[in-house]
Design a protein around this ligand. Sequence first.
Ligand code: ADP
Length: 413
Amino acid sequence: MIPIISIKNLSVIYDKGTPAEVVALSDVTIDIFPGEFVIVFGPSGCGKSTLLYAISGAERRMTEGELWIKGKNLREMEGEDIIAFHRESVGMVFQAYNLIPTVNVFDNIILPLVFRGVPKDERLKKGKELIERFGIDHLAKMRPALLSGGQQQRVGIARALVNDTEIILADEPTGNLDSQSAFAAMDIFTDLNVAGKKTVILVTHESQYLPYASRIIYMKDGKITGEARQESKKISHIAAVHPEEGKQAHETISLNIERLLNYLELNLVPEEREIFERELKKFAARQISKEKLFEVLDAPFRDGGIGLYKPAAMRLAQELSNILELSAILHKSADKGIKRKSEYVFNWLFADYEGKLSQTQEEIIKKAIHERLKGASSLPDFQANLDKPVSEDGAGLNERTAKNIAQKMGLIF
Ligand code: ADP
């Protein structure tokens, strides 16, 4: 396949030759293919936005390298050509929404069409289509400031789509949103990618969104430090309620149902799967008890269940309860209390492990869990760390155990 974006040895230096010189991108090489959902992940200041803006055509301080987009060399383009390229090739979504405060929602969405000189009736048609699609038609006449963050971001995404470009770039689009609206926005990007066939490149420093990507590009200090491909698009968002300090806390957790079923060795036909997902969601929201969940798992299909044997249903209800509880803990303000979270995850991962771990092994495993929860390692890296001998700073587990434990880890993070 031909890459839609091809970057070779690209460097961007700000204030070159002055005492304030910053190497924001250093020798970056990467190909991005049509239909990918790429998340560029790394700490603040590592150069993610610079990379995104270079791709958008807005960042021109490239000092070395090549940047090809849809067969065109961006470094050789200038002036009007760059502006036209930007309009026709990329849609941008921003953390701060960047809506124009003095015009209403509808006009904000169609503004890029005004700049392109698209006739009025066509603009109105396109705008109407987008506000309907995003369920914001009732907000059309309002000024952006009257909208919630989640609503403003919907408007921002609608505007990015108005030129119907193949590439959508998003710069920390969830950065100003509460967790519910953030996941809703991520769902929109997934939909644009899967159903709309857009190539999505999204920048974030928050690890809880990594499961959405089909490929993660890790960055540090202006360089790409690694990448991981993963199965995406099979995430189900579950509104979970769990007791915390005497009150009920609400979290939105993302579970890969495909992986979960695989891990639980459950082969369900689509109708059974639907029941499973529905009941799991009810259980997560505390609308049904663990006992009721067990009953559904155990009941025959004709009675609205999925017909498992009693011991299997019992084991499953308990396991699901553990997984949901742990997921809720992990999704809660993702970067906080990571040490304690690593401890929980360790206990859960090794609950059924029959071997004995030395103190060194335990420390190495906890460190690997910690790295994974921070989003600093991919699932295959995690597995490799468990598998490597202790003499090479690995945990020295046997290959099968390392694989099983990594698979279990993949359920929650
Ligand atoms: P990230 O998006 O990962 O937070 P950025 O790409 O915004 O990182 O920034 C990378 C580095 O470049 C940082 O050190 C930042 O301070 C610096 N930088 C970003 N934009 C400019 C600019 N316009 N002028 C000078 N330095 C900049």
